[in-house]
Design a protein around this ligand. Sequence first.
Ligand code: ATP
Length: 347
Amino acid sequence: MPMSSSMSPLDDADANFVFPILVGDIGGTNARFALLLDAYAEPKIFPIIPTDDYASIEEALQTSILDKTSVQPRSAIIAIAGPINGDEIPLTNAGWVIKPKDMISALNLQDVIIINDFEAQALAVASIGDDGREQVGGGEILPSASCAVLGPGTGLGVAGLLHARHTWFPVPGEGGHVDVGPRTERDFHIWPFLEPIEGRISGEQLLCGRGIMNIYRAVCEADGKDPHIADPAGVTSHALSGGDAAAVETVSLFATYLGRVAGDMAMIFMARGGVFLAGGISQKILPALKKPEFRAAFEDKAPHTALLRTIPTFVVTHPTAALSGLAAYARTPSRFGVATEGRRWRS
Ligand SMILES: Nc1ncnc2c1ncn2[C@@H]1O[C@H](COP(=O)(O)OP(=O)(O)OP(=O)(O)O)[C@@H](O)[C@H]1O
């Protein structure tokens, strides 16, 4: 059992962390780390590393962070892709198993917190300003209202962010796995060619790197063409340059489906504070998301079209948004209602 399990989440969240604090955002593809020396200094951000290049988080931290600085962190706040359960936490979509007790002894830490990577993206939404995001379409942020975050990356992460009692509460969940159904005539042509997961098409079957390939292959098969592009970056670059019709349609459909699911999340969370598109893919296809499809699908939510029109949508453009959210939490944990029960380990 984690050593802090006797403390209630809110009592625990009020406890400050001891500096220097290491913050980390570990995705299925990339890991990003930064060091915070004190509550006022800007985080020192280290180069992004591919998760697959290291056998474990201890090895990654030792080689790419600790061997490159004389600062010895005392606390670590790490966001990971996957559910946090018990003392051994496997990453979804990557080979690492995070063992906080091993981190404490191998890296000489006194406090380790592990949270979900989309909670970190939600913390980022509360802490980044206009220069870290770009609005797509109309609507205006209603201050202190709820927000929703969706992030197509290796998978599709979704989180809410609620404001109550002067505190921002990130709400992690598995919203990336909602069902998505065909709607237009073209959808009905393509749907039979999509690869399902156990018989259904979930958001994550469409809205992530793998999902781009799923849509692309289905578009090609529906039209009796050979899919010749091998990876998601190839599809989006052919689409953005306009050089390949199937790639152009794939990215247009991706934007439509992302708009549909983002609109659903806006309604679920009543996200008058805005819907934010995080994750690696959104910023790479920003010009495609600015075309009409994304926002049209987002707003097309009868009987709530008028409501959806008032809700702004943003692409998070800050290159290390999750780290900046974690840094804001590390500095002033009392501003954020992050539940730490079962997710905090101390030496
Ligand atoms: N230019 C691009 N266009 C579309 N997809 C891309 C592009 N570059 C990389 N990808 C895909 O983005 C995914 C990686 O996303 P991201 O950079 O958000 O990684 P991550 O943080 O490790 O993901 P996650 O947090 O979802 O596990 C991979 O599936 C990759 O194939």
